[in-house]
Design a binder for this molecule. Structure first.
Ligand code: SF4
Length: 233
């Protein structure tokens, strides 16, 4: 191996091992930076920054949502904490053995994730809960880094179509490589570190109010993920 190749290989390995986190004032997405700045003025007590993942980097399960909610994670600083989506997600995690404690919609409620980690495809709150393809792609570098840093990762649950596409891109696939379907699972990892993707409708209040997603349907996705993790030990 030539010296140049050795240096390049080392740089690639170093990059893969390094967990890339956005700066608290990340301005890669101008629209989201602007919205965050507006929210800092309107809600100075809110977190108002890219919301970091919650849970151990050594976990076997990664749950990927869309983006922080304005008065949920953007307020509290913990994914899915303080909004309607968290009211379904966290009790489901507790019920399926992936969390312990009492969820009280606050980052200091002492809730602990068990072998699970939660993040979002886009780390900053978007206006009207809608992100653009450019924003998903831009924040995808952080998701890619996170997935690479999770050395024990076996299963990723994508909550909704945007998260599904973001995970596929983070794993080096085209967004269209696998069609999103609630309850579907796909092998998406390389041959040596096979990772499964499990799809679910997003646990938003809208989806539960309209009956698109029921608590039973959501339970089934997480119970299947737990079985997949056990089967992949
Ligand atoms: S969404 Fe991600 S890439 Fe865009 S500004 Fe926020 S942290 Fe930066």
């Amino acid at each position: 191996m030539s010296p140049i190749h050795r240096v390049n290989s080392w740089l690639i390995l170093k990059k893969m091992a390094y967990l890339l986190e956005p700066d608290a004032n990340c301005s890669i997405c101008p629209r989201l930076f602007g919205f965050r700045s507006e929210n800092k003025r309107a809600y100075p007590d809110f977190f108002n920054a890219p919301v970091p993942a919650f849970g151990s980097i050594d976990a076997k399960l990664l749950v990927v949502g869309l983006a922080p909610g304005l008065k949920g994670a953007n307020r509290t600083g913990r994914p899915f904490t303080g909004d309607g989506a968290g009211d379904l997600l966290y009790p489901t995690l507790i019920k399926t053995g992936l969390a312990k404690g009492n969820y009280q919609a606050s980052p200091d409620d002492g809730l602990e994730l068990v072998n699970a980690r939660i993040t979002n495809a886009v780390r900053c709150v978007p206006p009207q809960n809608k992100v653009t393809a450019n924003e998903t792609a831009a924040c995808g570098d952080f998701l890619t880094s996170e997935i690479k840093a999770m050395k024990n990762l076996k299963v990723i649950i994508a909550l909704g179509l945007v998260a599904h596409g973001a995970v596929l891109m983070a794993m080096g696939h085209k967004k269209s490589a696998f069609k999103f379907a609630h309850g579907a699972t796909f092998k998406i990892g390389g041959s040596e570190s096979e990772i499964m993707l499990a799809d679910s409708y997003h646990c938003s209040r809208y989806n539960t109010n309209t009956g698109r997603l029921t608590a039973e349907m959501f339970d089934d996705v997480f119970l299947s993920a737990v079985k997949l993790i056990k089967g992949r030990n």
